[in-house]
Design a protein around this ligand. Structure first.
Ligand code: ATP
Ligand code: MN
Length: 478
């Protein structure tokens, strides 16, 4: 058996009692032919490996370079160095893989995030990305734990679908037809009956419609999978491929939905705080350093950990869309013409409006409800006023929209009427409408954009830095 190693995280948490241990990892730095800072990805904290002078071959020492991989066996002893309780006094050092320091793209110094995006295949080996991706893992794990503990069924909804869930038309087509000469119908349009699935298909933009089928049988389900949007928005909050969590609950109204979303968000943040304290501390410090470049007035009042603490300990603000518009119209920003986009009842709020509400006005997450039906999807439940629907968006400081959800229209007549108005073909969604035909129930759900959540918890400004290999317009490297 090759792997009898102890992970560095575990070793650093143990007591030095002259025990024999084997570690494996990658060299971060090597000083004075004596001190190796070894990292194995289990934590940002490196293990100091000490080589006794004269004990090891010159040839071997030369091969201990940045990012070379090593297997070291030795004795765990108390450390005299600052900031570490123990170190490993090496008995044997084996080079598992050499690394040419001249050619290795990352140097032991601070690189910009932009530079590291071009080296995304190696950026996990930096402290920043080590911290981000361990936190991302914890959040994903916490999401499953949260829903599992509540008895939700994890439903895998399809990635290739024939339905355009939102009528949004921002989809990636999936086809095996030859694109230079596809079979055509008499009228010149492409004949998709000849395609692989015998019809036109695309990558899913949301698992919600299928999620509703699950909820109206299991009671409560959630999905957690990749979704795709061919929207050409090159922003710091949009990806073409992102992960979404979509719980869907039967016997649930808008208020139940809001309560669940709030509890859920607070739970997963707290989970990361409990399990990733070191990584969050590293990112807190990183952000503080970054903010030192900014003028005092633009720096955050709370540091990263204080912000997360605040969000887990305080109720989210809840306002209606109509109230939100009133606040914007009354705001000094509006009066001083600081908004680029128009503000009036009926608009789809722009990010500047959402950020004003959360960052300037309320200074906490805000749940906005009851949006005009014209700007929301066909399946949202119509309110008595005839103008609004039982929608809810959760807006987070620094991010904007993090959750979009609603109570669903369970009344068949209202639903089909709205579909007609919005030109959604009822024949194609016959299977969806069957949930309303056979034992319809009040139900609700929401979608949380996973990367936006990871951005919020890590404090990273650009969504490309919280997914391993970002897919954005004109970019699918790696
Ligand atoms: P936005 O207005 O920010 O584009 P949306 O209204 O298109 O969002 P929904 O269709 O409600 O978003 O999707 C649910 C959630 O998925 C959003 O609240 C957001 O967190 C996330 N999300 C949506 N589009 C993207 C994207 N392109 N990249 C990353 N996350 C996204
Ligand atoms: Mn969008």
């Amino acid at each position: 058996m090759f792997n009898k190693r102890i992970k560095i995280k575990e070793l650093l948490n143990s007591e030095p009692q002259e025990q024999q241990e084997t570690v494996m990892g990658w060299v971060r730095t090597f000083r004075n032919n004596q001190f190796i800072a070894l990292n194995d990805g289990s934590t940002n904290n490196n293990l100091q490996v000490v080589l006794e002078l004269g004990k090891f071959d010159e040839d071997l020492l030369k091969r201990i370079t940045t990012s070379a991989s090593l297997k070291v066996t030795g004795t765990v002893i108390p450390s005299l160095g600052k900031g570490q309780k123990l170190e490993l006094k090496a008995d044997t050092v084996e080079i598992l893989g050499d690394s040419d320091a001249e050619k290795y793209p990352l140097q032991p110094k601070k690189h910009s995030l932009e530079f590291l995006r071009e080296k995304a295949h190696l950026r996990f080996r930096t402290n920043t990305f080590g911290a981000i991706f361990r936190i991302r893992h914890s959040l994903a794990f916490a999401i499953h734990k949260f829903f599992n503990d509540k008895g939700f069924v994890y439903l895998h909804t399809p990635i290739v679908t024939a339905s355009d869930a939102e009528g949004a038309g921002e989809m990636f087509r999936v086809t095996t037809l030859p694109f230079d000469n596809p079979p055509r119908l008499d009228d010149g349009s492409v004949d998709f009956t000849e395609d692989f699935f015998g019809r036109s298909t695309n990558l899913t933009v949301s698992g919600q419609l299928e999620g509703e089928l699950g909820a109206t049988a299991f009671g409560e389900i959630y999905t957690f999978g990749p979704t795709f949007r061919a929207e050409n928005s090159n922003t710091a909050r949009h990806l073409a491929e992102f992960w979404m969590i979509e719980p869907e609950m039967a016997f649930c109204d808008l208020e139940d939905n809001m309560n669940l979303a709030e509890e859920f968000i607070q739970y997963i943040i707290r989970y990361a705080m409990d399990h990733n304290a070191d990584d969050l501390e590293f990112l807190r410090q990183r952000l503080l350093d970054e903010e030192k470049q900014k003028p005092q007035a633009e720096r955050s009042e709370l540091d990263l950990i204080q912000k997360l603490q605040f969000v887990t300990e305080n109720k989210f603000e809840r306002i209606t869309y109509t109230e939100a518009i009133d606040i914007l119209l009354q705001s000094p920003a509006y009066k001083k013409k600081k908004f680029q986009y128009e503000v009036k009842w009926g608009i789809d709020m722009q990010s500047e409006h959402e950020r004003y509400l959360v960052e300037k006005h309320f200074k906490k997450p805000v749940i906005v409800t009851n949006y005009p039906k014209e700007i929301k999807a066909f399946y949202m439940r119509q309110n008595e006023d005839g103008k609004t629907v039982a929608a809810m968006d959760i807006l987070a400081p620094g991010i904007g929209e993090i959750v979009g959800g609603s109570q669903r229209e369970e009344r068949m007549d209202k639903l089909t009427e709205r579909m007609k108005e919005m030109h959604i073909p009822a024949e194609e969604l016959w299977w969806y409408l069957d949930t309303r035909r056979f034992g319809t129930v009040p139900h609700a759900g929401f979608g949380l954009g996973f990367e936006r959540m990871v951005q919020f918890v890590t404090g990273m400004g650009n969504i490309r830095d919280v997914i391993a290999f970002p897919r954005t317009p004109k970019n699918a490297e790696f």
